[in-house]
Design a protein around this ligand. Structure first.
Ligand SMILES: C[S@@+](CC[C@H](N)C(=O)[O-])C[C@H]1O[C@@H](n2cnc3c(N)ncnc32)[C@H](O)[C@@H]1O
Length: 200
């Protein structure tokens, strides 16, 4: 198959498309960040941007300068194509390539489902959805490393699910010096989604 067509198929089948969790995070974070006057621009990073929807929403609604990153190259391509508000897209594992204190805001809608070993697949959608046995295999290293790239008075907006264990996430955040507030909740038949705001 021509590389271009293969890449295009990857974008269509292997990039997480905006869902209830994406909308909840985008709206709660943008509302909490509010709009600032020009000259007070904030720098925001969306980790695990997928289609780029959350990064684009935050850039459009708040005027923040937004960088979006993802491990998945198909996601990076799709996020780049979506960008209308100057969102820069970088392929990266969590926050590893970014410099210390670079961002006022970091957002993440992580892979949070506990893995069903019997149904596990070896593809990018698995990377988007599942976080190991307890659902926190990506959330925990994120919490352990995000403080490094955050400005001293910065904030993290993190989407979590009751399936991930909200108390365990809050405890891990506390071990890394963050206090957590639940900004918004939304309940579904099998889970409740919560947007946590973490500050130091
Ligand atoms: C639940 S999806 C969210 C996508 C998008 N932000 C949204 O809300 O619609 C999780 C995303 O995190 C990305 N991801 C998973 N592990 C990652 C890692 N270690 N570093 C960066 N991105 C990662 C996945 O590729 C996927 O795009």
């Amino acid at each position: 198959m021509p590389k271009d067509l293969a890449d295009r198929r990857g974008v269509e089948t292997e990039v997480y498309q905006p869902a209830e969790d994406s909308h909840l995070l985008a709206e709660a974070a943008a509302a909490d960040m509010g709009e600032r006057e020009a000259g007070e621009a904030r720098r925001a990073l969306e980790v695990g941007t997928g289609s780029g929807y959350v990064a684009e929403h935050v850039a459009a609604e708040t005027g923040a300068e937004v960088v979006a990153s993802d491990l998945n190259p198909h996601a990076c391509r799709q996020a780049r194509e979506r960008s209308e508000h100057g969102v820069a897209v970088v392929q990266a594992d969590l926050v590893s390539p970014f410099r210390d204190g670079a961002f006022d805001v970091v957002l993440f809608n992580p892979p949070y489902l506990p893995e069903d070993a019997a149904a596990a697949r070896d593809d990018w959608m698995e990377v988007a959805l599942t976080g190991g046995e307890d659902g926190r295999a990506v959330v925990d290293p994120f919490l352990d490393s995000v403080g490094r790239v955050l400005a001293p008075d910065g904030a993290v907006y993190l989407l979590v699910s009751s399936l991930t264990g909200v108390d365990e996430v809050v405890d891990r955040a506390a071990e890394n010096g963050f206090s957590a507030v639940a900004l918004r909740d939304e309940s579904f038949p099998f889970e409740t989604l919560t947007v946590l705001k973490l500050v130091r």
